[in-house]
Design a protein around this ligand. Structure first.
Ligand code: G3H
Ligand code: ZN
Length: 286
């Protein structure tokens, strides 16, 4: 069934695992991710950025595609459709109207008071219709679609500010920037575990780790131990998909039927996502 993130994240936090957010980019990503979740019997968060929604024709086509594939595949596990890095109140409302069950409002580039005010407005409308909300503080480095934060701009979240934002807004989960990066890492990631521990204790709600691609398993486990119940993965599935397409076309340059190269890409995405579900501990938790 389509659900908000609220229950699945509270359960994950209580039981010490994390639910993955896997980003949708096209039909094959959606198929692969839904099938991976059902085969692993894992709860699932489908992440949709504004850029990816635009690519797929808009919020409504994405919701319809997810719903109709869930029916076609007899998906029984809980699935949330979540707006990733929502850029404005209006975009969040638009996503909710289209049938998203969860939204992120990313006010991290605003001063604290404005971020709180904006997040609060989104929570008011979202909670009225049973939609969950994620907020962000600090600045996560790297690039994802329209969102580009260079190294100098990237900043750790301040624990006291996190406490204030979560208390004032009543968000369901919270993403503090703690050194993780969107896209591939340059070298080893350096996560701020001291801050993480402090923030988790102060805010109470499940934490969200953005930039999940390329974080070593031991750090993933530590982050889960410090209250992370949601981990976002996009780049790793994209890399696996691109690699599969390249391999097939390198080997058979005469191929032109998209099913012949997108099929293997879809298999590669599915295997990547299944691996993450096992790593995050969400397999058999549906
Ligand atoms: O919001 C989406 C994720 O944070 C993507 O992270 O680029 O490391 O896969 P990633
Ligand atoms: Zn992100």
């Amino acid at each position: 069934p389509l659900v908000s993130m609220k229950e699945m994240l509270d359960k994950a936090k209580a039981e010490g695992y994390a639910v993955g957010q896997y980003n949708l980019n096209n039909l094959e990503f959606t198929q692969a991710i839904l099938q991976a979740a059902e085969e692993e019997q894992s709860p699932l968060i489908c992440g949709v950025s504004e850029g990816a929604a635009r690519y797929m024709g808009g919020f409504k086509p994405v919701v319809d595609m997810v719903k109709t594939l869930m029916e076609a595949y007899n998906v029984t596990v809980p699935v949330a459709i979540h707006l990733d890095h929502g850029s404005s109140f209006e975009k969040c409302v638009e996503a909710i109207h289209a049938g998203f069950t969860s939204v992120m409002i990313d006010g991290s580039h605003y001063p604290l008071a404005e971020n709180i005010a904006l997040t609060k407005r989104v929570v008011d409308v979202a909670h009225a219709v049973g939609v969950s909300v994620e907020a962000e503080l600090g600045r996560i480095g790297g690039q994802e679609d329209d969102l580009i934060v260079d190294d100098a701009e990237a900043a750790y979240a301040i624990p006291e500010e996190c406490e204030e934002l979560v208390r004032e807004t009543n968000v369901d989960c919270f993403a503090p920037a703690l050194g993780s990066v969107h896209g591939p890492y340059k070298g080893e990631p350096n996560l701020g575990f001291d801050h993480m521990k402090k923030i988790s204790g102060l805010v109470g709600v499940p934490l969200v780790l953005h930039g999940g691609t390329g974080i070593p398993t031991k750090d993933i486990q530590k982050a889960i131990g410090y209250g992370h119940a949601k981990i976002n993965v996009n780049t790793e599935s994209q890399i696996a998909s691109a690699k599969a397409v390249r391999e097939v076309l390198d080997e058979k340059p005469e191929l032109y039927d998209p099913r012949k190269y997108m099929g293997p890409a879809r298999d590669a995405i599915k295997e990547t996502v299944k691996g993450k579900m096992r790593e995050f501990g969400s397999s058999n938790k549906a």
